[in-house]
Design a protein around this ligand. Sequence first.
Ligand code: DQA
Length: 143
Amino acid sequence: KNVLVLHGPNLNLLGSREPAVYGRVTLVEIDQKLAQFAREQGAELSAFQSNAESALIERIHAARLDGTTFIVINPAAFTHTSVALRDALAAVGIPFIEVHLSNVFARESFRHESYFSDIAVGIISGLGATGYELAVQYALQQP
Ligand code: DQA
């Protein structure tokens, strides 16, 4: 099993970015914990963050050829804007879970719309960094 974790724009600032909304944990800490969990399960995990839509799209395209079996993605603000990122996930056909640290439905109405949810295996929103862990756990449970 080979899980790819993707983080969208501004998530590199986790830890200091709006801590009341997103918590104090940093992206490095999140990724390290996920990598350790995957290792314990005998699986591969790689993580990638970008503030650029194009870089995220290119990474998804590369996943077609690098053995990725499952994607866990927090598209961040691109959740609400990016048809291109949605199309990239649809194009590669790799199953994915959409994760949000915050409960997007408890926030501004523009965050209630997602270009990803209807083609995702599932969605986790509002559980903080634990959401990523649960998503990876699910991915590693798949046959
Ligand atoms: C987010 C929610 C988005 O609305 C926001 O633009 C983000 C982070 C979250 O993890 O809660 O950047 O995806």
